[in-house]
Design a protein around this ligand. Structure first.
Ligand SMILES: [Mn+2]
Length: 331
């Protein structure tokens, strides 16, 4: 059951008239949908809301709206013709630590009253007003509750943006479990604002280049089952990164294909990012805690979705991960 909107969040929204709405770096659909819907709603109520994001907007489904966002608070203030600090505050969405925002935002926000609305259970609480509810499947559900509490109803565009966030973070409903009836009920209310699930499906999964499907096929073709098939190891080489480009990566499809294999409980995806750096993404089902595996190597994330950056070769990190997963699967 998700929580009710705390009074301190409502007071915060009432108190100021200009809001800089900021999300995390490498923004996804939930982050951006939360930002655009909340900003649009606040603007409709007579406040001024200005969108900021450090980017980069690498994902196909997020590229189209990049132009709506400023790269810093100073840039947003200048564009709007407002003195930056007058009656102004910051709202941070879908982000559990100031460092995760990136860019120069951590320093900029230190100068403003700040509110945080987020659904990441891990992370260190910050801000003058905070609402962190780890039981909510997306930040957009929390933003919808704020809109509702303030007596509003999402416009058709806000309805699309809010549902887009919900669908992104639930893998188009796939990650919802038996505790999801409340959030699905809220999603149905949002849908009444005018969004189309059919259109949102193609906004999420459509519009890709053929190259992205070819890269997906290449990566899948070398999947290596480990520990009696409980774990799948896949990788992408530096040559492939250069040939196909990061915009043609489609990890969500790759994970869902591999979890469709009988007995598969975890996926390890290692990518060569440069001659000396690999990024590792870990995914799991049920009780396998890949968040703690990532933490062992200085990474982080959720229990079933986590990642880390490795300074060294793919062979080295593969060997180190094998040791850790061996303990998990052969215990
Ligand atoms: Mn999210």
């Amino acid at each position: 059951m998700t929580m009710n909107v705390p009074q301190e969040i409502l007071n915060f929204l009432n108190k100021y008239s200009v809001f800089y709405i900021i999300g995390h770096g490498e923004p996804d659909g939930d982050c951006l949908g939360s930002q655009t819907a909340l900003a649009s709603f606040l603007n409709r109520t007579g406040k001024t809301a200005l969108l900021c994001s450090p980017g980069p907007f690498n994902r196909t489904e997020t590229k189209a709206i990049e132009g709506l966002f400023s790269k810093s608070i100073a840039e947003a203030a200048e564009k709007s013709g407002r003195p930056a600090k007058e009656d102004s505050a910051v709202i941070i969405l879908d982000c559990s630590t100031p460092e995760r925002i990136g860019g120069g935002f951590a320093e900029e926000i230190a100068e403003y009253p700040t509110a945080v609305i987020d659904h990441h259970a891990s992370g260190s609480p910050f801000g003058d007003a905070a609402w962190v509810d780890g039981s909510s499947p997306s930040t957009t559900i929390l933003v919808y509750k704020v809109i509702k509490k303030l007596g509003g109803k999402p416009s058709s565009q806000e309805s699309e943006d809010l549902l887009f966030g919900f669908l992104t973070d639930t893998g188009y409903f796939r990650h919802l479990d038996s505790s999801s009836s409340e959030s699905l009920g809220l999603a149905a209310e949002i849908l009444a604002g005018g969004a189309s699930l059919k259109d949102l499906y193609y906004r999420m999964y459509g519009g890709r280049k053929l190259e992205s499907k070819i890269l997906t096929g290449l990566v899948l073709s070398r999947a290596k089952p480990l520990f009696d098939g409980k774990c799948m190891l896949i990788y992408e080489t530096l040559e492939e990164k250069k040939k196909f480009g990061p915009e043609n990566r489609d990890s969500d499809t790759i994970y869902s294909q591999l979890f469709g294999v009988e007995g598969c409980l975890a996926v390890i995806f290692i990518r060569e990012e440069s001659e000396s750096v690999c990024s590792v993404s870990l995914r799991s089902l049920h009780d396998i805690d890949v968040g703690s595996v990532a933490a062992t190597f200085g990474g982080g994330g959720h229990k079933r979705a986590a990642g880390l950056e490795w300074k060294g070769s793919r062979a080295d990190i593969t060997e180190k991960l094998m040791d850790v997963f061996k303990r998990l699967f052969e215990a």
